[in-house]
Design a protein around this ligand. Structure first.
Ligand SMILES: [Zn+2]
Ligand SMILES: [Zn+2]
Length: 87
């Protein structure tokens, strides 16, 4: 998370974040480019910034690789199933 403000090149208004780390291209592509999409509330100019590079993290529990911004999907499923079984 970067705290620095992005300013519109045209009117110097602070851009507002429309979509953070928006995946560009196919969902099925192995390596996707992520872009932060900003929009100027003043003039409507849209700017794309390359999202901060995120290396996938390896889950210490199950070894699956996943985005650091997401919880481990495998463990989430396992937790759901174990909760279910415990009832
Ligand atoms: Zn502007
Ligand atoms: Zn896991």
């Amino acid at each position: 998370m970067s705290a620095e403000k992005k300013l519109c090149y045209a009117c110097n208004t602070e851009l507002t974040l429309v979509s953070a780390s928006f995946p560009m291209g196919s969902t099925f592509a192995h390596e996707r480019f992520h872009a932060d999409i900003y929009r100027c509330p003043q003039c409507g100019r849209v700017e794309l910034f390359a999202a901060e590079m995120e290396e996938n993290v390896i889950c210490p529990v199950c070894g699956a690789s996943h985005s650091p911004k997401e919880k481990c999907p495998v463990c989430a499923i396992n937790a759901a199933f174990s909760n279910h079984a415990a009832q």
